[in-house]
Design a protein around this ligand. Structure first.
Ligand code: URP
Ligand code: ZN
Ligand code: ZN
Length: 482
């Protein structure tokens, strides 16, 4: 009789803390034993000294999210989770986005409908709060937090999404009172609007001007403002998709003042530059339009350093999938749409891990433990999924990736599994790629074959984030804040 459902033999395991060699035994979708010469499994995989890492957790991706124009996201929970699994990601956290005027509850219900029985890997939801009404602040958010929606994104830009500064403060205060995590899209909306108006008035409407309309200072200023508001309210925050030196300087300032300001960066800030928006075939530049935009080589180095030395805790794709061709993608506003009418966002769910592994770990910039922390463990802790997700430990879900390293491959969209008709990373070499992805012990990707099934993935209510609990106020502190 086999003791276990699956045993992975001779695994070279890495967690955020350690590396060790072990057999990994799995029963009922969970890791039940780690050790030498474990008993037999109904199935066995010989990892033969290959890296076996926790499955990736993508804490920032957009799937089937409603838009406010004629565009439509190309990936839903079927194609998005398929693509994630093939790239070694076993949990995603996309966004239930409130449309202004809508209740948060309606946004969550709608997003559950969209997720339906479609996902092949596990998923949780962040909320996007766009309408901070009294009912949202006093009733809906507290209720939803207690039901497992413990993180929410707020925007300081985009007309259809942004909150006024007073609303930002109010949302932060709710997060403080209930221990939730607020993710902030930090760009100064008025700077962007003012620059956009002038660029267009001067006939500068092509995709490359998107970068000029979103300068570093707009990101720096909003990052500083978000940090100041978090300091005012005394609550941790997480600044998402940090692109450049000036925002990094604000993060360092916050850290040097003892503030709990967490930060995320994404592949586009390591592998793309503003030159990718300035393609000789002008329209092609739209493929790399995202906000904040990619910067320059020097800023890529700053972002790499931030990953190496702890400025960033999480590395996410910010997968926001719009097709290049067709009526509902990048040119949904017309073939000659100006840059400000091109939907923001680029695909990256499937390529996130291989890019960071190849250019971070294999080059020696990042340790394998740092890689695991940035792509899985810290994400699980930040959003309340740890220790069920994000580690190789007894009792954790058997979400595991066995890696092939030492390979030579270039990223090609034709080999990816999303529904987007391009990847901005076309042609970039990678020398590592997941050989096998297991989600709760089930193979969803092996040797180039997608093996997942719609509906295998489960919804995960989140606990309160591990690092986000407000510190107790010192005696005599400003307890009236609440
Ligand atoms: O351009 C981007 N990043 N689009 C996706 C939405 C967001 O702001 O994260
Ligand atoms: Zn954003
Ligand atoms: Zn995003």
């Amino acid at each position: 009789m086999s003791e276990f459902d699956l045993v992975i033999r001779n695994a070279r395991c890495a967690t955020a803390a350690d590396t060790f060699c072990a057999d990994i035994a799995i029963r009922d979708g969970r890791i039940v034993s780690l050790g030498e010469a474990l008993g037999k499994g109904k199935e066995e995989i010989d990892a033969a000294g290959r890296w076996v890492l926790p499955g990736g957790i993508d804490g920032h991706c957009h799937l089937d999210q409603p838009t406010s124009d004629d565009s439509r996201m190309a990936d839903d929970f079927v194609s998005g989770t398929r693509s994630a699994a093939c790239g070694g990601t076993t949990t995603i956290i996309p966004f239930a986005c409130q449309i202004k005027g809508q209740s948060l509850r309606a946004a969550v219900d709608d997003y559950h409908q969209r997720a339906g029985n479609k996902a092949c890997i596990d998923y949780a939801f962040h909320l996007i709060v766009t309408d901070a009404t009294e009912d949202v602040l006093k009733r809906e958010l507290p209720e939803l937090i207690s039901e497992g929606y413990t993180s929410f994104k707020i925007y300081m830009t985009y007309d259809d999404l942004k909150l006024a500064d007073r609303e930002v403060i109010d949302v932060l205060a709710v997060a403080r009172a209930h221990g939730a995590m607020v993710m902030v899209h930090a760009e100064n909306a008025d700077c962007i609007a003012w620059l956009t108006e002038r660029l267009l008035a001067n006939g500068h409407s092509g995709p490359k001007y998107h970068a000029d309309a979103h300068p570093m200072l707009a990101e720096r200023e909003a990052t500083h403002r978000a940090i100041a508001y978090a300091e005012l309210v005394d609550v941790p925050i997480l600044i998402v998709h940090v692109s450049a030196r000036e925002a990094v300087e604000q993060l360092r300032w916050a850290h040097s003042h003892g503030l709990r300001v967490y930060a995320e960066t994404c592949p586009q800030y390591l592998f793309l530059t503003a030159d990718d928006l300035a393609h000789e075939d002008e329209q092609e530049g739209a493929k790399c339009i995202c906000s904040p935009p990619p910067r320059d080589k020097a800023n890529q180095e700053v972002i790499w350093s931030g990953l190496e030395n702890g400025v960033f805790q999480v590395f996410s794709s910010d997968h926001a999938p719009f097709k290049f061709a067709g009526p509902d993608g990048k040119f949904s506003a017309g073939e000659d749409a100006s840059f400000d009418k091109i939907p923001n966002g680029i695909p990256g769910l499937e390529t996130r891990l291989a890019l960071l592994f190849s250019h971070g770990v294999e080059t020696g910039r990042l340790s394998i433990e740092q890689f695991v922390a940035l792509t899985a463990t810290n994400v699980a802790k930040m959003y309340g999924l740890y220790p069920r997700k994000g580690s190789i430990a007894i009792g954790s879900d058997a979400d595991l990736v066995i890696w092939d390293t030492g390979i030579q491959r270039k990223i090609r969209n034709a080999a990816l599994h999303h529904e987007v008709d391009y990847t901005p990373y076309e042609g970039i070499p990678v020398n590592a790629w997941p050989a096998i992805t297991l989600c709760r012990g089930q193979r969803v990707w092996q040797d180039g074959q997608y093996l997942g099934k719609e509906g295998m993935g489960e919804f995960l209510p989140c606990q309160l984030p591990t690092p986000a609990r407000p510190k107790p106020r010192p005696e005599g502190g400003v307890s009236w804040i609440g």
